[in-house]
Design a protein around this ligand. Structure first.
Ligand SMILES: NC(=O)c1ccc[n+]([C@@H]2O[C@H](COP(=O)([O-])OP(=O)(O)OC[C@H]3O[C@@H](n4cnc5c(N)ncnc54)[C@H](OP(=O)(O)O)[C@@H]3O)[C@@H](O)[C@H]2O)c1
Length: 290
């Protein structure tokens, strides 16, 4: 899916003005939209991703408002020194969005160990690395806000995305637990669980250095039908910043609120609906699914 480059308006919001805000995975998709929304409010977005060229291009779309650092979220020491460096140069570190992630879809028995391992390293351990780096600094400062980007797949079962859902459930558990521990230290922790977002990410394509994912045509049909129309990244980013400003524990942008509520109230209904959709996408009768 293609999403338009974000446009940054001038002006600002006194509540956000001058805040130093790290966004990982900020060269594309939701991360770039978050960086744009932060710049629009007058904050200083610090864009992090691996590819320096794409990062510079991303920063240019923000009119150069911010700074960028080529870093892999698997590099725990690199993230820690970034946090220290920012605090030294700017005298503050206000926000840290752990957004970098990748989605790999596939039938569980066909996924290779390296696909699952990569998701675990980036989507879960990468978030843990970001939390450790930000929390150490914010704990010292006695203030700050960590916002982890999980997914609706972090709250409910998602067939075809078992490895991804495992990581995102982990991110939700980490965030809500750390939130309670951090509150008395003046540090806030929130977790956002968006449903489908319109970004360039393609869950059926593996990163270039990994084997391609086995074809599963039913899975594409299932994911498209289950996810519905993806929300624009800019809209989701705005919802996440509103939730951040309210200090929501769980930020549920757009339709994820209704789905998460339904799953909490009537999990059986969601299970049956999901099983029926898997069966329909596989071209089998829903009745034959046990
Ligand atoms: N798209 C959706 O429907 C959706 C729904 C719910 C939640 N989410 C979550 O939202 C987040 C962003 O997703 P997206 O769809 O916006 O993805 P995207 O467009 O593919 O962007 C991913 C970003 O992460 C960076 N990245 C990937 N691996 C990295 C690593 N190891 N270290 C540092 N940066 C890395 C990428 O840049 P480099 O490759 O240059 O590093 C890129 O900037 C993810 O956590 C995803 O799970 C997405």
């Amino acid at each position: 899916m293609k999403s338009a480059a974000p446009s940054v308006k001038t002006g600002g919001d006194p509540a956000w003005q001058g805040r130093v805000a790290v966004v990982t995975g900020a060269s594309s998709g939701l991360g770039l939209a978050l960086a744009a929304a932060l710049a629009e409010r007058g904050a200083l977005p610090v864009l992090v991703a691996r590819d320096a060229t794409r990062l510079r291009q991303a920063l240019a779309t923000l009119g150069g408002r911010g700074e960028c650092h080529a870093l892999d979220v698997r590099d725990a020491a690199g993230l820690r020194s970034l946090a220290r460096d920012l605090a030294q140069r700017h005298g503050r570190l206000d926000l840290w969005f752990n957004n970098a992630g990748l989605t790999l879809a596939g039938e569980f028995q066909q996924m290779r160990a390296e696909h699952l391992q990569r998701m675990l390293e980036v989507n879960l351990l990468g978030v843990l690395n970001g939390c450790s780096a930000a929390y150490a600094l914010m704990h010292e400062q006695g203030r700050g806000h960590i916002v982890n980007i999980a997914s609706l797949a972090g709250l409910l079962p998602t067939p075809g995305l078992a490895g991804y859902a495992m990581c995102k459930h982990g991110v939700v558990g980490l965030s809500l637990s750390l939130r309670l521990e951090a509150a008395q230290r003046g540090v806030r922790v929130s977790v956002a669980c968006p449903a489908a977002v319109d970004t360039p990410a393609d869950p059926t394509r593996a990163p270039a250095d990994l084997p391609q994912l086995p074809e599963a045509p039913w899975l594409r049909r299932f994911l498209d039908a289950a996810a519905g129309r993806p929300a624009p990244a800019a809209e989701v980013a705005q919802a996440i910043l509103r939730g951040t400003a309210r200090n929501d524990a769980l930020i549920l942008p757009g339709k994820s609120r209704a789905v998460a509520w339904l799953y909490r109230m009537a999990p059986g209904l969601v299970w049956r609906d999901s099983q029926g959709r898997v069966a329909a996408a596989r071209g089998r009768d829903a009745q034959s699914m046990k």
